[in-house]
Design a protein around this ligand. Structure first.
Ligand code: FE2
Length: 477
């Protein structure tokens, strides 16, 4: 019955849209900005400080290892440097285990951060709900998270994709709609707090408010971080010249588990997906550490175990908006050939404050002396999706290039978020959901066919495997 239902949903999706269709693209004339592009005032309840002396705040978790059996739990205590300790267990209120981590703090101009705690909780069971407690006495707080199922080729899993979020009422709408989606993990494509739009001590204060703002989700499920330009914070006039300082202090990533030399670029495996996070603002040309690491990481991808290969970056490689046009060209020149060779399924980016989806196209035959100088349809290429429409204070990027380039399938200047619902090794459902008068409205959707398993020889092999398993089950009755 379940599989019949899946077939029906799939058939209706295929009728609607599919990643292999190359039709004239759609520029949606709908523009939706519900609220002014202004940050929510600091005294708003969206940024409420938890009650109790030194109560943990800004709680967030991310995956802590390569395969999903660990989380890093982070939080801030504003007043005192208490122990970085997490108590946890599989029953609410019964905490059989304890993990300890480390504490850090930093100054930014004259702002002094609170005490930032990071604790790795590892050796967890797959597919298990864990409850955890941080803080002490009356100020202690309790949360929970669910570990992913064991890595496997047909493990269903639902990811959310959010970018350029900020802390406006539009951001709040995006966050609330995302939380209604039932997705289990956020793939965040950079530009977190937009604290760098402030000056002097307000920069640190707006990092803190953003941490409290997103806690409603980040305390309960992992957000997989990537950095954008708003994380750079290069401010010589304040003597702040070390890039990404606030971001790196606050948002750790499991980079050492995948042999990356920097928290700015790394990879994780989760359920049936291999997720690669790249840094648009770290060196990536040939022979740089990021380039060397990616070359090796792509060799480690095993599509028999994790069929879905997803790349996150901040600056889109294909973007037909007037804003940030061609900014991803340098990374395209370096990495696009690898993406096509390794049959990356989908590349998510942010940066442009609008939504756009490409067809499967590539421009790898271009070189400076000869060859095609325009993206051409390419079945081995990823779908490129820009989801920089979280809702920050800079507002929407409303001017698209006209006419719409052939590579662009759908584009709209509204706020929202995406979900990617993996069904099995061959199919996933993708949605972009617009924020529309307080409602979440699915606006763009298609069926994503897995790049590796869609090759005809592998499909035949898979059919044979499934048939022999079915026959085995019949024989065992
Ligand atoms: Fe950006």
């Amino acid at each position: 019955m379940k599989s019949l239902l899946f077939q029906l949903i799939l058939a209706s999706f295929v009728l609607l849209n599919s990643d292999n269709n190359v039709n004239a693209g759609v520029t949606s004339v709908f523009v939706r900005m519900e609220y002014p592009s202004k940050d929510i005032p600091l005294d708003n309840e969206a940024f409420a400080v938890p009650t109790g002396h030194n109560a943990p705040q800004q709680v967030h978790i991310t995956q802590g290892d390569y395969d999903g059996k660990a989380v890093i739990i982070s939080w801030v205590t504003a007043d005192e440097p208490e122990a970085s300790k997490v108590q946890y267990g599989t029953s609410k209120g019964k905490y059989e285990f304890t993990a300890e981590g480390k504490m850090t703090n930093y100054t930014f101009y004259k702002y002094k951060s609170g005490y930032i705690h990071h604790v790795l909780v590892d050796d967890l069971e797959y597919d298990t709900k864990y409850y955890y407690k941080i803080g002490t006495g009356d100020s202690a707080r309790e949360f929970w998270f669910q570990t992913p199922p064991m890595i496997g080729p047909d493990v269903p899993y639902k990811f959310g994709i959010i970018g350029d979020l900020g802390q406006t009422y539009n951001s709040l709408s995006t966050l609330q709609h995302y939380m209604e989606s039932g997705a289990e993990t956020v793939l965040f494509v950079g530009d977190l707090s937009y604290a760098d739009r402030y000056q002097y001590n307000d920069v640190g204060i707006r990092w803190d408010s953003w941490g409290r703002f997103v806690e409603r989700s980040t305390a309960y499920q992992p957000w997989i971080w990537s950095a954008g330009n708003h994380e750079i914070e290069y401010f010589p006039y304040m003597d702040e010249v070390v890039p990404f300082r606030s971001y790196l202090q606050r948002y750790p990533t499991p980079h050492s588990a995948c042999k990356s030399s920097s928290p700015m670029w790394y990879a994780i495996r989760r359920a049936s997906a291999h997720i690669i996070v790249l840094s648009s603002y770290s060196p990536f040309v040939k022979y740089t550490p990021q380039w060397e690491w990616l070359r090796e990481e792509l060799k480690r991808v095993d599509r028999e175990k994790t069929p879905w290969l997803i790349v996150l970056m901040h600056v889109p490689i294909y973007n037909s908006n007037d804003v940030h046009f061609m900014e991803g060209e340098s990374m395209r020149a370096v990495f696009e050939e690898w993406f096509v060779h390794h049959k990356v399924d989908i590349v998510f980016a942010g940066h442009v404050h609008a939504y756009e989806r490409s067809y499967r196209i590539s421009n790898i035959r271009y070189n400076v002396s000869s060859g095609d100088r325009y993206p051409v349809p390419d079945k081995s290429a990823p779908v490129y999706i820009t989801v920089g429409d979280g809702g920050n204070q800079e507002g929407l990027a409303g001017r698209f290039s006209d006419p719409q380039p052939e590579y662009s399938a759908f584009r709209e200047a509204s706020y929202g978020h995406s979900t990617l619902e993996i069904q099995n090794r061959t199919h996933a459902f993708y949605h972009w959901n617009r924020n529309d008068d307080g409602k979440k409205v699915p606006t763009d959707s298609f069926v994503l066919h897995n790049q590796y398993w869609s090759s005809s020889s592998r499909r035949r092999k898979l059919k044979k495997q499934r048939l022999s398993r079915a026959l085995g089950r019949i024989a065992s009755y």
